[in-house]
Design a protein around this ligand. Sequence first.
Ligand code: ADP
Ligand code: MG
Length: 626
Amino acid sequence: MRAFFFLLARNRLALAGGIVLLVVVILALITPLLPLADPDVTNTSNRFQPILSDGALLGTDHLGRDLLSRLMWGTRLSLAVGFAAAIVAATIGAAIGIVAGYYGGRSDNIIMRGVDMLMAFPYILLALAIVAALGPGLMNALIAVAAVNVPFFARNIRGITVGIANKEFVDAARLAGLSDSRIILSEILPNVIPVIVIAMSTTIGWMILETAGLSFLGLGSQPPQADLGSMLGEARSALITNPHTSIVPGMMILVIVMSINLLGDGVRDALDPRLKSGALSRPMAATRVDRAEAPPPATGTGLLEVRALQTQFHVKNRIYRAVGGVDLHVEKGECLGIIGESGSGKSVTALSIMGLVASPPGVVTGGAAYYDGEDLIGAPYRRLRDMRGRNVSYIFQDPLATLHPLYRVGDQLIEAIRAHRPIGKAEGREKAVELLKAVRIPNAEKRISDYPHEMSGGMRQRVGIAMALANDPDIIIADEPTTALDVTVQAQVLTILDDLRRSRGLAIVFITHDFGVVAQLCDRVAVMYAGRIVEEGRTTDILDAPRHPYTARLMACVPELGGGKRRLEAIPGLPPVVDKLPDGCAFADRCDRVQPDCRAGEIALHKVGSQAVRCLHPVDSKEAAE
Ligand code: ADP
Ligand code: MG
């Protein structure tokens, strides 16, 4: 709740709207207590007094009634009717929408066709018809305005409910034996309420206007009772001669509707959880770069060389150092593994290379990434776009999230190819089939016209790999591509990647948290912890004798088939939060070999045996070999 008000207050316009509305509402509430003239007493000898005249601050109308008093009482009435209509419309509309969306099928059809019939009329015509049938009067105007807004709420809420009613947690509730009404109240409603509030906050202003419209036409509040619409209606004949009689209520309607709409927009933005993380503020096309100067490439560069890369997230006034100076290099045809616990910065490192970290909040604050000698960090966007997919391509963890659900996989593959090469449809199709065959999708000619949801997880991941291969890249960066797959499918996917590497000379950067996968696929491995590389070397060396205590502990967590019984040692504690990294070794708090000097300051990556280790008290080779 505090976060909600904080977000709302940060939106200046919404804040201004909220304050104005609050003032208006308070004035309307205390109107009976104010020393105002009676709004309905006529005094025809005192007609059309101008603004700021004696005894009438805002002048008088055509019957000599005090305009200020009528304005206050009228505002009170208009607000009350508008809010009441909104609440009635929202309640009934939401109930209809939830029932239709939850039960679906025939009830949905019947209800929604009824709603459609209501929507087929222009709403003001419909409201007029309702009032004509019920007879003029404020109460009937309220009913009419509420009724014409019910379809809007019903449609909106039905759409949301349909999405929620098919979610797994609703199925779970059903399996647990809950009744439909319990499910609606405890599972559906809490998810729908924010949407109802948002829809209400953005339509109240509209309903106040509609009520005023009916009153303006003489169908709402009846004389002598004032509401804003009827004040406008009565002032119409004096619009030219005495404009202040129209301007006074007109300005009030403007102020109310504008402040409600500004506040409503603010509420909508603040209630949307995705906006809290800044995810909906559109990210830039490439990650923002803000670095002093690029470190030169080291000698003997590989195909891809990352030097002292630093990537941070600037969220509000916090700085998260997700990547704190990472060096990596990959040769042609080589497979480099990056391993570490969740949150150690593996993905951010991988995404930084091609400028794919979302900005805001991501910023590359230092380092360089040389591809074939060309620095990619800070390269112009056009250049990066040209190289994405063609030189360096990515495979992500969840292929269901990266494939478009509404296009056939073949069309998506062809699109990926045509992004970089001007080829015809038929040729694209041929190439797509070829790619699917390369990743060993059986019956590729048929599968090419499948939708993503028609494929299993393993198949989809193969499509993901095929897409990464579409433009014959030199490097594939695979970010936990097998984590979502079961072990047999994982083994198949790894074999495919390994074969592709050998047959096409691909370099692979393989990100994982699984030492088994590293052992199977990678030539070299870099171990990451809290945004830094803590150990790097050839896979066989590190598997034989891990030197960094973190690597050793990580490997002790992996069970061995046929390795006899032994305790699997989980690493106690959690990785540090990257906005408050400790001095010295980030692993010190969880390490059983920690010494006072570990916390004293920066520890460099230095050679221990055949690998590079960032540790002052590395595991020695005898211990390590055990
Ligand atoms: P992993 O090694 O599991 O791939 P990541 O590279 O995704 O880890 O994340 C590294 C760190 O960066 C984590 O501590 C994470 O909390 C932080 N991080 C990632 N994305 C964001 C973001 N958009 N805003 C703030 N922090 C982020
Ligand atoms: Mg990750």
